[in-house]
Design a protein around this ligand. Sequence first.
Ligand SMILES: NC(=O)C1=CN([C@@H]2O[C@H](COP(=O)(O)OP(=O)(O)OC[C@H]3O[C@@H](n4cnc5c(N)ncnc54)[C@H](O)[C@@H]3O)[C@@H](O)[C@H]2O)C=CC1
Ligand SMILES: O=C([O-])CC(=O)C(=O)O
Length: 347
Amino acid sequence: MRTSVLRLIRSRSPSAASPRPHLLRRPYSSESVPERKVAVLGAAGGIGQPLALLMKLNPLVSQLALYDIAGTPGVAADVGHINTRSEVAGYAGEEQLGQALEGSDVVIIPAGVPRKPGMTRDDLFNINAGIVKSLCTAIAKYCPNALVNMISNPVNSTVPIAAEVFKKAGTYDEKKLFGVTTLDVVRAKTFYAGKAKVPVEDVIVPVVGGHAGITILPLFSQAVPKANLADEDIKALTKRTQDGGTEVVEAKAGKGSATLSMAYAGALFADACLKGLNGVPDVVECSFVQSSITELPFFASKVKLGKNGVEEVFELGPMSDYEKQGLESLIPELKSSIEKGIKFANQ
Ligand SMILES: NC(=O)C1=CN([C@@H]2O[C@H](COP(=O)(O)OP(=O)(O)OC[C@H]3O[C@@H](n4cnc5c(N)ncnc54)[C@H](O)[C@@H]3O)[C@@H](O)[C@H]2O)C=CC1
Ligand SMILES: O=C([O-])CC(=O)C(=O)O
């Protein structure tokens, strides 16, 4: 098959007599990288569009399915003209959801309403819980083996909702469900790099717990490169990381929440999932997953990604007294958000 395709290219090429190998080479052919289908649900939205662009730029993706209730044919036509490996298709409306999902290896969900100033993420629950529930019902039916990257807020509740939907459908695999908390890590790294005056590309900071206010717990005591920051600086960095979403919501003044940095973070996390699926060793990211490292059934911490999704959930590691206090304080709020999601899904 490949030989005949090459022959065809050569025979049509003006330089067919002496083909230049680099012109014929397809660096991302299925021979070197496996075929991977990624579906984005909510692809016409503020996050969905730049995320579609970034996933189109990812050489690990061979098929990109862009689904939304409306507007996706335009996004797909636009993104589809970009010169990368993947084929792009747009799907609009519930009757096309099955087609969008079928065969997906990774499903990314940024569908739902964003915050306005004065709202908490939990204020989004009433609308987004129902959206997530119906999308996950379809995932259980059409691509039960896919890795699910949940972006829709409140993540602390939408991930438990997804788990319950999958349990009811008999398809739940705790290794394949992820709450995307990468934006907290992205922010913690940026803020730390600025304060410690180190290049952001060199920074590693785990962020654990959940994805709302005080449930976001950056572990700056484990940050590298090490910097001797004062306790007051660490407190300020922690608070800014916890309030990072609100900082953007207020700056956007009613026009939504983080979209571009979230698309970046979502693309980083999906790339890590794809690398894990493809057998790349030692892929580690923070994510909100089913967990037994605390008393809570879901918790964000460092997670190793492999061929079947979560390969290992890492312990929290050594923490400062300030971080230990933060951990203690976040447990009740995170517990109640998780329970709220479970209760909703079982109504
Ligand atoms: N996990 C995280 O770190 C972050 C999460 N978010 C959350 O992501 C979500 C989306 O935010 P934005 O893209 O800014 O909102 P947006 O309103 O710009 O886009 C949401 C998209 O979802 C679509 N949608 C609604 N119902 C749908 C359904 N049933 N099926 C498919 N698509 C549907 C809408 O048509 C819209 O295109 C919000 O819940 C927001 O809070 C935002 C930033 C960071
Ligand atoms: O703050 C919001 O509503 C959106 C979000 O989750 C974030 O930016 O971290």
